[in-house]
Write a new protein. Sequence first.
Length: 147
Amino acid sequence: MEALERFSQYAIDFEKTYKDDDWQRLEQHFHENLIYEVCNMPFHCHLSGRDAVFSGMRKSLDGFDRRCERALQPPTVMKVEGNKVLINAGVRYSQGDSEITSTLWEVVTIEDGRIWHLMDIYSPGDDQRYLRWIAESSRELDASYVE
């Protein structure tokens, strides 16, 4: 299976997991020594190992995404470079009449048919905009991946 197809199947399964919290579905997509990084956000992280990544993702989804309305925006770029898939896309979160949108690059490295490195790089300035959005509305939101 090609890198882009592998990523696309993972993305479909991730959205299913987002809805039903069945993390076993995702195990097939990741190496056990998976590394996940989030950059340019207050909730930046560097997680190692599939179990730690799943735990961190679940914490972030429960503390932020699932407390908002979440709308994914279609990718503006989907590109394959060797064993890497690069995607530029956006996401919009809203609560009531207040919303925030950000864009990010997701860089996915695939080895032996599985993802072993996943990196989300948010656009410059998104970190401060998120902090202001949360502070101005007194939202009890926590997108962090670790305690």
